[in-house]
Design a protein around this ligand. Sequence first.
Ligand code: EPZ
Length: 420
Amino acid sequence: MAQLHITGGQKLEGEIIVSGAKNAALPLLCAGLMTDETLTLTNMPDLSDTRLMARLLANHGLDIDFADNQITLGGAATQFDAPYDLVSAMRASVLVLGPLLACYGQARVSLPGGCAIGSRPVDLHIKAMQSLGAVVELADGYIQARAPHGLKGADIMFQTVSVGATENAMMAAVLASGQTKIINAAREPEIIDLGECLNKMGAKITGHGTDIITIEGVEKLHGATHAVIPDRIEAGSFMIGAAMTGGALTLRNAKAEHLSALIAVLTEVGVIIRHGDDWIAVDKSPSLKAVDIETAPYPGFPTDLQAQYMALMSVVDGYARISETIFENRFMHVPELMRMGADIDIEGSLAIVRGRAGGLTGAPVRATDLRASISLVLAALCATGTTEISEIYHLDRGYADLEARLKMCGAHMTRTTDGG
Ligand code: EPZ
């Protein structure tokens, strides 16, 4: 298996261009199912997840061309099954459900199964489709959905805020007859990006980015060209890396307004941050202090930055309480950080970090999920000695050209393959 070898002690200094957002790209790709005209998506991050989604959509019959961070999707779906081997490899595959039902009146999508960070059910996705009039059965590990007479607009009330279920509901409602209101909708920038792209395709969506999204159904959608928004989680990860290593980084193609919760917390920690319309700079920050956080749906502190923030708190003198409220098992990085010398206690969904400057030493560790893997990279960058990180395929799901970009900023890291 591939490994990353990182020798700590270097400061991250210089400039990094932030990629397009994985979590915007994945639903945007599924929107390609909603027209037989060409949808062109630019600033498309070249990741194993986006390539897997392209493979899934090709499996449905779309014509896909992916090169130079641009993807074009054309043609119509010819089959409506999303198989277990593809869906179980990437949970976001469930986002084909809404588009297939809206356009073709049928979908058979494998249940995704759980993953490292939790059981991650899809009940809210299913309830949303049923609210719009679909008949949904669960059989043989598959969601079998039909809407032979088309979907009908309705009020959809989510008991839990769900990014994916909001996205599936939006895409299904766009071609339903009549008006749909999605109540207690997720408000992430990725939701706004999907709404903007669908509107370019002829949809009539308002309120995306607030907790009530209103959609007036239309007959059909046409092709469009749309640029994927910058990846706020990638940007936040690099900001934290600069703070941990005592460096100074400027992030290009980064939107500070998508990171207001992180910027507020890091400022309280003592990190010096400046920003403009499309850049964020982290300056050398002389003294840092421990600050508690609690993850929450946007615009709260992102759960996808919890592991990275924990790595930062591990090297800042003091006690930090980190509460994970979104997923039930998102502390898989803790035992790995502890192998590097971090001092962390877990009490249910609360982690108590006793941070110590210079407290980490290199060790062999294992990546367990996407965001845990980047937190180990950041920890390794400021640990004493060398760290070997295994199972780094998790990293390749969400961070393109990571080594090249970090090495340009002073990191000492190499990737070895089997037996390398
Ligand atoms: C999206 O996942 C992101 N993935 C996740 O990022 C992110 O952590 C998550 O939103 C929360 O922000 C993509 O956008 C591809 P949810 P999603 O539905 O949509 C529960 C990463 O690292 N729930 O908002 O799957 C669920 O179990 C990934 O890039 C139900 O109970 O997350 C969780 O506790 C990890 N029933 C909570 O809601 C459902 O039907 C929020 O999940 C759906 C979700």
